[in-house]
Write a protein that binds this ligand. Structure first.
Ligand SMILES: Nc1ncnc2c1ncn2[C@@H]1O[C@H](COP(=O)(O)OP(=O)(O)OP(=O)(O)O)[C@@H](O)[C@H]1O
Ligand SMILES: [Mg+2]
Length: 266
């Protein structure tokens, strides 16, 4: 539900320019798929949206306000590498997000609110196919399962802005399609704004309402330090709304005939 305005953002590490001249505005409830070759600065850009890194130049506004560096429950994130807590079970990992949002100091909920948080977390684990693993620790899960746990942990909080850094890379195709569905359902239900980095163009066009590509325009070795990647294309994606079921004319005629017969009978 957040709008994002990126104004002439540059990012350098030392003498290395990574990103340059990045400007675009994203309306709330957009689903932005961010693509580009390895090393072009996609993860760096997400870290700036998260407030984990500051732009070297330019600024980012969220809902018209300059981005706050502190973590906020309004911003959820799934990193390229698994980011779950190893000492908590799957259920505890997912519940923790809800507990910290509701009771930021202690991170503990009691009574009815705790039971509600447990039910919501169990349902979310079921959505990502981890219903049977709720009492397992991350070390007992495969890489793809850990990644699904990280997705459940981010989605359960229904953030206004969801940042996903190649979240589905480790998932097999069947599970990936299921998690896509869960994500789209939650996106429709909550109206959150999503930024998703992916290397898979078909995934970008399937899920995104807009696909933005970062790439370098200057690739000669002597230019690599001075020039960073920038936006090389920005495409809106049209998702046709499914048609309502057609009314079968024969059926309508039959109804009319029945009505005529009924009229004739009375
Ligand atoms: N903390 C850092 N210090 C120095 N250089 C960094 C730092 N973080 C990223 N970089 C450099 O910035 C560039 C972009 O890195 P980034 O991780 O954003 O790329 P990416 O597009 O996400 O790549 P991939 O698709 O492989 O994940 C790389 O050259 C990387 O070495
Ligand atoms: Mg990356």
């Amino acid at each position: 539900m957040s709008s994002v305005c990126v104004e002439n953002v540059w990012k350098s590490y030392g003498r290395q320019t990574v990103l340059e001249r990045i400007s675009f505005t994203v309306e709330q409830k957009s689903f932005i798929a961010l693509v580009g070759p390895s090393g072009c600065g996609k993860s760096t850009f997400l870290r700036m949206l998260l407030g984990d890194e500051a732009p070297s130049k330019g600024r980012i506004l969220i809902d018209g306000e300059p981005l706050m560096a502190e973590p906020s429950p309004d911003r959820g994130v799934v990193f390229q590498k698994y980011s779950v807590f190893p000492h908590l079970t799957c259920l505890q990992n997912v519940m923790l997000g809800l507990e910290l949002a509701a009771a930021p100091r202690l991170g503990i909920l009691l009574g009815r609110r705790r039971r509600e948080a447990k039910d919501i977390s169990r349902a979310m684990l079921g959505n990502v196919g981890l219903g049977a693993a709720e009492n397992k620790y991350p070390s007992e899960l495969s890489g793809g399962m850990q990644q699904r746990l990280a997705i459940a942990q981010a989605l359960v909080k229904k953030p206004k802005l969801l940042l996903l850094d190649e979240p589905f890379g480790a998932l097999d195709p069947g599970i990936r399609a299921g998690v896509h569905e869960t994500l789209l359902e939650l996106w429709h239900e909550t109206g959150m704004t999503v930024f998703m980095v992916t290397h898979d163009l078909s995934e970008a066009f399937k899920l995104g309402t807009r696909v933005i590509a970062f790439d370098r325009r200057h690739t000669r070795p002597e230019e690599m330090e001075a020039y960073g990647a920038t936006i090389t294309f920005d495409l809106p994606v049209y998702h046709p709304v499914p048609k309502p079921p057609e009314i079968i004319p024969v059926f309508a005629e039959e109804l009319d005939e029945k009505a005529v017969r009924y009229k004739a009978a009375v």
